[in-house]
Design a protein around this ligand. Sequence first.
Ligand code: PMV
Length: 359
Amino acid sequence: MTEHDFILKSYNSNIEKGSVKWSSPSNIALVKYWGKKEHQIPENPSISFTLSDCKTITEVTFTKKEGNDFSFDIYFEGDKNEAFKPKIQTFFERIEKYMPFLRAYHFKIETSNTFPHSSGIASSASGMSAIALCLMSIERSFSEVEVTDKAFTQKASFLARLGSGSACRSIEGELVVWGKNESIADSSDLYGVKFEGEVHSNFKNYQDTILLVDKGEKQVSSTVGHNLMYGHPFAKERFAQAHDNLAKLKAVLASGDLKQFVEIVESEALTLHAMMMTSMPYFILMKPNTLEIINKIWAYRAKTNSKVCFTLDAGANVHVLYPDYEKENVLEFIKNELVSYCQNGHYICDQIGLGANQI
Ligand code: PMV
């Protein structure tokens, strides 16, 4: 597949109006994407768990209009929102080549999240994938040829990537790979693909409890962070390491070796933040409580036989990952020892999920 294959060629332009609605989840990367080329092409492959409960629900109502400008309104949790407009404008500009009908309609975009807005949880993955899916449903209704589910999913992921890179991993579940890698057949830089390799039962219903350490706005956006990988002294080694880690993780997912899983996942999280700390200008997104939590997790692992581990996004919050069979014990540990490091004691319990749904 090339970019060219995603251009909608013929469609019925007589449809006056309609409405579509999707719910799309967030995802948490195990091997991290950090660094990109033009058009949101990743410098290295990544793999993520799709989440189940942290979701964005988006309804798009479209109405035929005159004129040739993009026209859309956004409502966030019921209120008209101007702040999101530039992001959607940029998104429309990036995808119009592939969806030539965009300028012919006015779009009312109504969106809400199942998780609190100011939680420091990135809503770009769930938000951008939800809107990409809505636009794909509209495209499907206009299409004069049958759009297979595979083609639908692939293009939805392709479009979501152009909105926010990691959003392309939110369409399907339970594990999604994005970025060309030798060990994963069909992997692509253009869109995410469902991980079709063997997955051991240890990973069934894998748990992710998100500890909200800092709910504030990040000091450095991920766009700026990705760009700092240009000319970064360790970039080449880091990109090569991500390829290796993905191949290793593939074997670990099949064998169910949780010790190795913990090693790869925690190393990936710390490497991501090490890249930030060794960028120029350098920056730190972890907070003192992020480190407190990491140390507590290590101490808990040392004294029990637990395989609980952590991963981090581009922020201070900690994703605590653990097998379903450890749920009771780890939740007890989280409540007793970790919640005090969360802002206002807030945390979110989630688990690995199956992907987006049309509503
Ligand atoms: O999708 P973006 O541009 O917000 O980048 C997200 C990057 C990380 O969350 C840090 C890692 C990842 O692979 O999701």
